[in-house]
Design a protein around this ligand. Structure first.
Ligand SMILES: O=C(O)CCC(=O)C(=O)O
Length: 312
């Protein structure tokens, strides 16, 4: 560990203490100490190795809807992240709910036929460490805001640029699935999501998905029914190890996390970026997912209303 000398004039001494950790910095934040840049040269995307990393990652993502980069995080960063998240995880509670596959189903469910697959639900038992609980010296914040990391993600998705969420809670969260818990079948509202495994389950806790079960203009409700009633013929399964990064196109592929076995919670860092800046989640959904909201959410909702209280 690097030490720095701090002169203490009262005692006439120079005290030694560890150099402060770098802080998250969206302008210059370097990540060479936390990302294995020898294996994954994300800080030098113009190099031959950088270009081939992006080309290969983008091609696998396009073909399979999912790509995993094993050991992207250096072991020392994995240990630090695990320590941080285990300590913060003590402040959250895990709730059990049953939900359909559609996080934002806008229609009136009671109008659906009794056997409509959109009524099918699965069980969720999980808690969330939200962005406001993660300190700026954490490996998680440093990676999330890093300009190099964002450039890498944008390049793999063939986007000009990606933006952090402006939402104080979402954008950067750790999903905590306790022993016996699971994350039910669902589609994401975002086109893509990035996950980084912090603590894997001793057994269970696999990520399962049915690639491209739906597509633009084709909801494939019969496919949804099959998967949610136990048909495994289209299912693929991956188990990430701590330090592995995964890019996943979750809007079209139904997915879930299977029951966590053993005594250790499964911790997964979820890094969400948007294609436009300024994204803030709606109040109702934020309350539903995280159990609370911030003033930013409330103000954002107020601003969407005219002064007469009607939708602008
Ligand atoms: O924890 C995971 O592996 C994936 C979580 C997930 O499905 C999601 O964030 O949409």
């Amino acid at each position: 560990m690097t030490q720095i000398g701090v002169h203490c004039p009262l005692m006439g001494l120079t005290l030694r203490r560890p150099a402060p950790s770098p802080l998250a910095d969206a302008e210059r934040g370097h990540v060479d100490d936390i990302v294995d840049t020898d294996r994954y040269p994300i800080t030098d995307l113009d190099s031959l190795a950088g270009r081939s990393l992006v080309a290969e990652t983008a091609a696998r993502l396009e073909k399979d809807g999912l790509v995993r980069l094993p050991g992207l995080l250096r072991p020392s960063a994995v240990r630090a992240l695990r320590r941080e998240m285990r300590a913060t995880g003590r402040h959250i509670s895990c709730e059990t709910t049953t939900r359909s596959a559609y996080a934002g189903y806008a229609g009136d469910e009671s109008l659906l036929a009794v056997d409509d697959p959109r009524r099918l639900t699965s069980t969720w038992t999980a808690g969330h460490i939200t962005r406001d609980m993660i300190p700026p010296f954490s490996v998680a914040q440093r990676l999330y805001v890093s300009p190099d990391f964002k450039r890498f993600i944008a390049a793999c998705l063939k986007l000009g640029r990606v933006f952090e969420y402006a939402d104080p809670l979402a954008g950067l969260i750790t999903t905590v699935i306790p022993p016996g818990g699971e994350y039910g079948w669902h589609y994401d509202t975002n086109r893509f999501v990035i996950t980084l495994a912090v603590d894997e389950a001793r057994s269970g806790g696999a990520f399962e998905y049915s690639p491209d079960l739906r597509s633009p203009g084709d909801e494939n409700l019969e496919g949804l029914r099959s998967v949610m009633t136990g048909d495994r013929s289209t299912i693929k399964s991956v188990t990430a190890r701590a330090g592995d990064l995964q890019l996943f196109l979750g809007r079209y592929s139904l997915h879930r996390v299977t029951r966590v076995e053993g005594r250790r919670p499964r911790l997964m860092l979820v890094l969400s970026y948007a294609e436009q800046p300024g994204i803030i989640g709606p109040v109702e959904r934020t309350r539903q997912v995280y159990g609370r909201v911030t003033e930013t959410h409330l103000l954002h909702a107020e601003q969407a209303l005219g002064t007469d209280g009607l939708i602008a």
